[in-house]
Design a protein around this ligand. Structure first.
Ligand code: NAD
Length: 353
């Protein structure tokens, strides 16, 4: 096995444990800040206001208008609030949408960020920001975007509906699967990816059984941290390219798209790099794609792109876009093979490889 690699640890400070969000104020002070702006989506407004109340004099106020895909006009509105309130840091409470808004503010101001994640998307540990303007999504990577502190507190995640827990977990698993064959992988990223997959293998069925069990919710967050960290460390390939194409062009829901595509893209690449994906087959059983599909089916995940409103005719366009400016991939791709892969994902059939 080749031992040629480079490695750099993340600068983010990770705080993990039940009840740790109560210490958010201590982290505001440790960062040298006095006026935190608490961010959330409209759906989590109540939690954001409760957090601001707990922060007391350290809270400058709240902005509860975060939405999916970080539209620039929403960021502009939030930026005015940052200025008006004289905020000197942001505390993002929520999933990838809220984290995205905090990152967009930090990208423009270099204000420090504390993130309290409540889904498994993993954005909180990456220096990557996706923003949308005029219907186009662009991605930037910058050290300013990486949040300084992440507080993983399972007590805030028991309200995440079971269906969203499942798709969010599969979204995180997709980061780990692609990290296993990334060109710039290193021994730590591969260890974290494998451990992240193991964490979700046990956590997701247990969350379905009892969404209020704090220890299994903590296992889910543990998997989110591991899978998110590898997303922030190594390059992604075909799977992420296809999901960005489908989300960006056809507006399919982010986590559902990842959940449906993962068995198909992993099975496709398993043909080229079976040894690198062997941890996936070991953890989920059977073939790489087949094992992931069986797991997804067993936890009630969506399995077919057609259920997301995509038409069969859309697949031609999706295959064309996904193969233009492709990301590096371990198996060479061309338009007919990706069109075929999309057909299987659209129908929801079980991959053989
Ligand atoms: P989300 O943040 O959009 O959350 C979906 C909905 O669930 C929201 O209404 C939210 O308020 C609600 N919610 C979240 N946690 C909850 C909880 N515990 N209880 C009840 N409701 C809860 O969904 P997401 O999948 O976490 O994030 C998707 C976004 O994140 C996309 O825009 C995606 O592009 C981005 N993302 C970015 C990165 C990155 O590294 N830049 C990584 C992953 C995802």
């Amino acid at each position: 096995m080749s031992r040629l690699f480079t490695y750099q640890g993340s600068a983010a400070h990770i705080v993990f444990g039940e009840g740790t969000s109560r210490k958010a104020g201590e982290w505001v002070e440790k960062l040298g800040c006095k006026r935190a702006l608490v961010l959330s989506t409209p759906h989590q407004k109540h939690d954001a206001e409760a957090l601001a109340e707990k922060l007391g004099r350290l809270a400058a106020g709240t902005f509860t208008g975060a939405v999916m895909h970080t539209p620039v006009d929403v960021t502009d509105t939030a930026m005015r609030v940052v200025t008006d309130l004289g905020a000197d840091c942001v505390v993002s409470l929520g999933g990838g949408s809220t984290t995205g808004l905090g990152k967009a503010i930090a990208y423009r101001t270099d204000l420090p960020q504390i993130v309290i994640p409540t889904t498994y998307a993993g954005s909180e540990v990456t220096p990557i920001l996706g923003q949308t303007e005029g219907g186009r999504k662009t991605t930037v990577k910058d050290p300013k975007i990486l949040p300084e502190v992440v507080i993983y507190d399972a007590t805030l995640t028991t309200g995440l509906p079971v269906g969203m827990s499942v798709t969010s977990g599969l979204n995180a698993m997709a980061h780990a699967v692609e990290a296993l064959y990334a060109q710039d992988r290193n021994p730590i990223s591969s260890l974290m990816a494998t451990e992240g997959l193991r964490a979700f293998r046990s956590a997701l069925p247990a969350i379905i059984k009892d969404p209020h069990d704090l220890s299994v919710r903590a296992d889910g967050l543990y998997g989110a941290w591991l899978c998110g960290t590898v997303l922030g460390t190594v390059g992604m390939a075909l799977h992420h390219k296809i999901c960005h194409t489908l989300g960006g062009t056809f507006d399919t829901p982010h986590a559902d798209t990842h959940a449906i595509m993962l068995p198909h893209t992993a099975g496709f690449n398993a043909v080229a790099v079976p040894e690198l994906l062997s941890p996936v087959a070991d953890i989920f059983g059977g073939s790489v794609g087949g094992g992931l599909w069986d797991f997804a089916q067993s936890i009630g995940a969506p399995l077919a792109l057609r259920d997301l409103g995509l038409t069969e005719a859309d697949l031609d366009r999706a295959a064309k876009i996904a193969t233009e400016n492709p990301y590096w991939n371990p198996r060479p791709i061309d338009r007919p093979s990706i069109r075929e892969l999309l057909q299987h994902a659209w129908e929801g059939t079980r991959p053989a490889t």
